[in-house]
Design a binder for this molecule. Structure first.
Ligand SMILES: [Zn+2]
Ligand SMILES: [Zn+2]
Length: 416
């Protein structure tokens, strides 16, 4: 009899333990189907041709090192140049201009690593990491600082939101990446943006700065594009980013600018250079150089394919195309950058492909957000004022009641 009871209780705890390991979906139901699908497959395989790196819950540096040394796509990574070591010799001869080197340096400084610690429940069936919805296993990609502007009102960063004295001087940073790296605001909220992870020592000497992203303002699954926001009241960080952004704009002024003109038919007259700065395998940033293979253009979008090397962790990295005219010294650029999206194999040759180049006007969305935040800030202050008034009202009523009681207006008989 005792053994039957023991067996009964053991099985009860066993079932409980199994269920406690299962993730609940957002309706509170156990997602057994998703959990079973997880068992035989790794998250890395669940992304198809996209190139995120996956960190489980171990030591990040060790996991990143292991992924780097066991990489089968680019064993040895000979073509990946550590960003601080990049010099003119790494560029093809026809592209050895100081303005191109300056451009690479600034692109490097504005490239960020993204560590996404939550996979959204909103990822649709069949889409990257769908089977990992609700998981806290990190996927890692790259991103780029597209813009930075001053904010209005109180700083909405995590620290200031819970502070009675929020900072009043803060900046809003616009980061672009691929949609499969950061899908929506839920994921953005769990994304750490690592600025200035330039070399291994950046982690320990204070150079690398990490802040949580706040929300996505634009995401397109079809275009594999995502624009998200970060906010910071760290003056040193914001001033440094601002300075590099202004320098980048100046460097682009040295180039001849074209818009929607360039296509495959003109490629014979140009050397079309394709540069990528990324965080391969979650490592510090590296630069790879290659050629643009094809432009895929429609009225509303442009994608490019390229020979430039990429690895897991390069997803979302800025892909920059500049064209050097073979008959002279002219360098052309459309200022566009598309996030790196996928790794292809065409006729036995590895070819990589960008998501869409930025052709939409993000600037207005960005300014609108900063303005709306001012309204949100106003709403927050109003709610706070109402709450304080209510509290003072209650205190006053209690005081009035006590005074009335003490002065003998009420007696216990009246009260009870
Ligand atoms: Zn690799
Ligand atoms: Zn703040």
């Amino acid at each position: 009899m005792i053994s039957v009871f023991t067996l009964y209780f053991c099985s009860f705890f066993l079932v409980g333990a199994v269920f406690s390991k299962l993730r609940r979906n957002r309706d509170g139901q156990y997602d057994i189907e998703a959990q079973l699908q997880l068992l035989p497959r790794g998250k890395r395989q669940d992304q198809g041709r996209h190139e995120c790196e996956i960190f489980t819950h171990g030591d990040e540096v060790e996991e990143s090192g292991e992924a780097w040394s066991t990489c089968s796509k680019n064993p040895g990574h000979d073509t990946f140049i550590p960003a601080p070591e990049f010099c003119l010799d790494h560029l093809p001869e026809c592209a050895r201009y100081s303005s191109v080197l300056e451009l690479v340096k600034l692109l490097s400084l504005l490239t960020v690593r993204l560590r996404v610690a939550f996979t959204s429940w909103e990822r649709p069936k069949g889409y990257t990491f769908h089977n990992y919805r609700g998981s806290t296993e990190q996927h890692v990609g790259s991103g780029f600082v597209q813009d930075i502007i001053p904010g209005h009102g109180s700083c909405p960063c995590r620290e200031c939101e819970n502070s009675p004295t929020p900072a009043q001087e803060w900046f809003c940073i616009l980061i672009e990446t691929a949609c499969h790296v950061v899908y929506d605001t839920k994921e953005a909220e769990s994304t750490k943006v690592d600025f200035f992870y330039d070399d291994a020592s950046s982690r320990t000497d204070g150079r690398m700065k990490s802040i949580f992203a706040k929300e996505t303002i634009l995401h397109s699954q079809d275009q594999d594009f995502c624009a998200m926001l970060c906010v910071t009241h760290d003056k040193r960080l914001s001033q440094e980013i601002l300075q590099y952004k202004q320098q980048l704009d100046k460097t682009y002024q040295l180039y001849r600018w074209y818009k929607n003109k360039f296509d495959d038919s003109m490629m014979a007259d140009f050397y079309s250079l394709c540069l990528i700065v990324s965080h391969p395998h979650g490592h510090p940033k590296h630069v790879t150089v290659g050629r643009t293979e094809r432009f895929i253009r429609d009225d509303d979008f442009m994608k490019v394919s390229y020979t430039t090397d990429t690895c897991c962790g390069s997803s979302g990295a800025p892909v920059t195309v500049i064209d050097i005219y073979k008959g002279g010294n002219d360098i052309f650029s459309n200022k566009g950058r598309g996030p790196h999206s996928e790794s292809l194999c065409v006729n036995g040759k590895t070819l990589n492909m960008s998501a869409e180049f930025l052709t939409m006007d993000l600037e207005n969305n960005f300014k609108l957000w900063a303005k709306n935040n001012q309204h949100a800030d106003f709403r927050r202050l109003t709610t706070e004022a109402i709450r304080k008034t209510c509290f003072l009202g209650v205190v006053f009523c209690v005081w009035l009641f006590l005074m009335a009681y003490l002065l003998g207006v009420f007696t216990p008989d009246v009260l009870f």
